[in-house]
Design a protein around this ligand. Structure first.
Ligand SMILES: [Zn+2]
Length: 461
């Protein structure tokens, strides 16, 4: 049997913890890469990802990666992506390790006075800086893991592809993963990919759950539009563009798409039930089994659970009228829908038309970003369970369907199943990604390093 990273029984939590940290030299290297790339300003509007991937390419070359195994390219000179290949025996199809190198913008004045979003600062057991959580920790660890494999002479049974990409957070000219799929598919073709999107959850410092993101909802925008000939507002008529639109939106606000589960959310609620007690545990379990009454209760309990159990559509923007003293000739709204992967755009638009129930309200899609679900692959789930169980005995692995979006959706739609899993544990309600004082617990970073190293090894031998 392969020697695991600790083989003795843990006498205490402290011992286990110490045992699951990587060797000192590897911790230092991961730290240095992490610091280096957090301090490169790669905000997706004002920054650039090219200096990040150039720094990584230099490190990989120095570690012995040969020229042709490192590709740097992209849609714009500022927004380069990196793809590197670590060769295995070729017995199985490659796996891909994905992370994005762009970050959400951050201004120093918006952060606490003793912090700076583009300085990597260690304070009170945390690393602070933009990207420390989203997504430069995983990027740094993927790079360190490959350098460590190289040093150790590790021979996996499949190639391991590293993809560090641009514009996950927005911007353009176009998304890095999308660009690679369209232009360099041969470089990134893989059996499956590991990505961001799943976090570990701490309850007062104690790890309780490790998420694996298996699918995401689709993202769609619809324009509701009413045109009218208008007229003088001193002589109103019943046929008013704003009232037609308002009526349709009120009917939408009172409507809920049907509650249902799919393979992923079924597993999610079933696993979540193990973390709760009493009535809540019962309701979660029954919701996972598809009980309509339980799903209704759970959906009413939290907007996040509601969104996992149904397609949602909500009005997000309004426009209308052209003068205070004129009847409106135009009233329009944007309706944003987060759609279960199994619900089609045809179903969504026909439902919206039925609920709006007014011929005057024209409804058209303005953006449709389809998502797909990855299969609940036994090999991947088993590996995640095994490494989780070894590092954090008793922690429940929770498969998840994200209600938001990551780059995983491009890969899933392109036929490369993608699993969001990181092994970085955060305190509940301490999600500062995209916000002020973004941070990562120091201990979580190095435990994540061990987790990801062991996970990739488990999946490649
Ligand atoms: Zn991210």
């Amino acid at each position: 049997m392969r020697r695991f990273f600790f083989s003795f029984a843990c006498a205490s939590a402290g011992l286990c913890l110490a045992a699951s940290l990587p060797p000192e030299a590897d911790r230092q290297l991961a730290h240095d890469i992490y610091k280096q790339i957090v301090e490169i300003q790669s905000g997706y509007t004002t920054g650039a990802t090219t200096p990040v991937v150039e720094a990584i390419a230099a490190r990989l070359r120095a570690a012995g990666f040969a020229g042709p195994d490192i590709f740097v390219g992209g849609a714009s000179p500022r927004k380069m992506n990196l793809v590197a290949r670590y060769h295995g025996t070729g017995k199985r199809k490659p796996i891909m390790l994905l992370a994005h190198t762009d970050v959400v913008e951050a201004k120093k004045e918006d952060w606490s006075p003793n912090l700076d979003p583009f300085k990597f600062i260690e304070k009170d057991g945390y690393y602070y800086g933009r990207g420390t959580a989203d997504d430069k920790a995983q990027a740094a660890i993927w790079v360190e893991t490959l350098i460590r494999f190289q040093r150790e002479g590790y021979k996996p049974d499949r190639d391991i592809i590293l993809a560090l990409t641009a514009d996950e957070e927005g911007g353009g000219p176009y998304n890095g993963v999308e660009w690679l799929i369209k232009n360099k598919r041969d470089l990134i073709d893989a059996d499956f990919a590991l990505n961001e999107g799943g976090k570990g959850e701490l309850d007062h410092g104690k790890p309780v759950a490790n998420e694996i993101q298996v699918s995401e909802k689709s993202y769609m925008n619809y324009r509701f539009e009413v045109r009218n000939k208008g007229g003088h507002s001193s002589q109103p008529v019943a046929d008013n563009a704003i009232y037609h639109l308002a009526g349709a939106l009120v009917r939408l606000s009172q409507f809920g798409f049907p509650l249902k589960t799919n393979e992923v959310t079924k597993a999610y609620f079933t696993q979540l039930a193990k973390l709760d007690k009493g009535e809540m545990a019962e309701d979660l379990k029954s919701a996972g089994e598809g009980s309509q009454a339980a799903m209704e209760k759970i959906a009413a309990e939290s907007p996040a659970w509601n969104s996992m159990l149904r397609t949602t559509c909500v009005a997000t923007m309004l426009e209308g009228g052209h003068a205070p003293n004129a009847l409106p000739q135009l009233a329009a709204a944007n309706v944003n829908c987060r759609v279960l992967p199994e619900d089609s755009p045809d179903y969504v638009i026909s439902t919206l038309k039925r609920i709006a129930n007014d011929d005057q309200v024209a409804i058209k899609p303005t953006q449709v970003e389809l998502s797909a679900s990855s299969p609940m692959r036994e090999d991947v789930l088993k590996a995640v369970n095994r490494v989780t169980d070894t590092m954090w005995p008793g922690v429940v692995v929770v498969p998840e369907m994200s209600t938001g979006a990551t780059d995983g959706r491009y890969l899933r739609v392109a036929g490369i199943p993608t699993y969001g899993v990181q092994g970085f544990f955060f305190e509940r309600n301490d999600n500062r990604s995209h916000g002020r004082d973004e941070r990562m617990r120091v201990q979580s970073f190095y435990e994540g390093q061990t987790f990801l190293y062991e996970l990739v090894k488990t999946l490649s031998q």
